[in-house]
Design a protein around this ligand. Structure first.
Ligand code: PLP
Length: 380
């Protein structure tokens, strides 16, 4: 049996997305910047996709910019947000994705900003009062806090953070790569200045993404060149990617609560069966709390075991199960997970992130837990 439980890394494309993209590979190949009919029909399709994304997020099409993915969108929001608005202080957390952390570190190394990292507890939770203190000390800062952590599934309350940021004149960016297409985003009511998406996390194509920037917080472009994306991103558009990401988001919104219910049931079943099968199992971050974590992610911390030490992912792979992880240690070939290190996770315990999608089944979960039970049976 082959089981794919690495959906936070990337997802399988939905057939309907592929079908929507195909005509733009075969027939509609014009350059959208060309003024002839071949170009115009493609331009129209791009603008239709932009309108669709904007409608789903309750935003204006002029606030949506297509990018090559979440990383580029994060880089654009952070680097250009700081530069455009003359920001001198940035506040983030040590468990952000590297697309945010490394970008802000480079800005700090260049002397453009001073970087402030919030503390996280052993569950990976930030302290909102520490954020408030920093915002009082450094008004007009940039705040970058992800909606959901890609490794441990912790959720941040964007409303609460956004209101605080707004009250202190801060520019609020959130890395929403793991939540876009999985939760509703109503950008008319959410106090947020910039958020991002990567199409391949919700059954769209890789290399597709978008950035939302609130109208009254406009930023300069990150990539200079032609006038594409209303002068915000030079370069001939990834037309098939744009068609694909808009279609994928449309499908995600069609039955979001149905997908959520299905995936939550899988996660709940996983938690219950592994607890019954592997003594000493724990869950990293908040991921074991079904109502307080991203429903697509479960980060399992397994008791120290000689047979599996450093080999767990490999052993799972041999059994046909694809998941991802990384220990907290920084020795050997793998540099480990900066997120688990920030949580002071015991490096003796192996951790695996299982992440689910609407394409997974209960049989796949049963098979995976059964394999984990076998792998750990020798020592219990
Ligand atoms: C939280 C988070 N931010 C950013 C990214 C990068 O997105 P992309 O692969 O679309 O560049 C990822 C993907 O792993 C992610 O999980």
């Amino acid at each position: 049996m082959k089981v794919y439980l690495d959906n936070a890394a990337t997802t399988a494309m939905d057939d309907r997305v592929i079908e929507a993209m195909l005509p733009f590979m075969k027939n509609h190949y014009g350059n959208p910047s060309s003024v002839h009919s071949h170009g115009r029909e493609v331009r129209t399709a791009i603008e239709r996709s932009r309108k669709k994304v904007a409608e789903l997020l309750n935003a204006s099409p002029s606030e949506i910019f297509f990018t090559s993915g979440g990383t580029e969108a994060d880089n654009t929001a952070l680097v250009c947000g700081i530069e455009t608005h003359g920001i001198k202080h940035a506040i983030t957390s040590p468990i952000e994705h590297h697309a945010v952390l490394h970008t802000l570190e480079v800005c700090a190394q260049k002397g453009n900003i001073q970087l402030h990292l919030l503390d996280v507890n052993e569950k990976g939770e930030i302290d909102i009062s520490q954020l408030e203190e920093l915002l009082k000390t450094y008004p007009n800062a940039l705040v970058s806090l992800m909606q959901a952590n890609n490794e441990i599934g912790n959720l941040n309350d964007l409303n609460q953070i956004g209101q605080l940021a707004q009250a202190h004149g801060a520019f609020f960016h959130s890395d929403t790569v793991q939540t876009m297409g999985h939760y509703v985003h109503d950008l008319k009511s959410l106090p947020i200045d910039a958020l991002v998406a990567g199409g391949h996390k919700f059954h769209g194509p890789k290399g597709s993404g978008f950035l939302y920037v609130r109208k009254d917080k406009k930023i300069h472009p990150f990539i200079h060149g032609g006038a594409q994306e209303r002068n915000m991103r030079g370069g001939t558009e990834n037309v098939i990617g744009i068609i694909g990401i808009a279609k994928a988001l449309e499908i995600a919104y069609e039955d979001m609560s149905g997908h959520e219910a299905h995936i939550k049931a899988l996660k709940k079943h996983f938690i219950e069966s592994i607890k019954a099968s592997v003594p000493g199992v724990e869950f990293n971050g908040m991921s074991g709390d079904i109502d307080q974590s991203l429903y697509t992610v479960l980060n399992v911390s397994l008791p120290p075991s000689e047979a599996n030490a450093g080999m767990l992912l490999f052993n799972l792979d041999l059994a046909g199960i694809s998941a991802s992880g990384g220990s907290a240690c920084s020795s050997g070939a793998t540099v480990g997970s900066h997120v688990l290190r920030a949580l002071n996770h015991n490096p003796e315990r192996d951790s695996v992130r299982f992440s689910f999608s609407r394409f997974n089944t209960i049989e796949e979960i049963d098979y995976t837990v059964e394999k984990l039970k076998e792998l750990y049976a020798v020592e219990v």
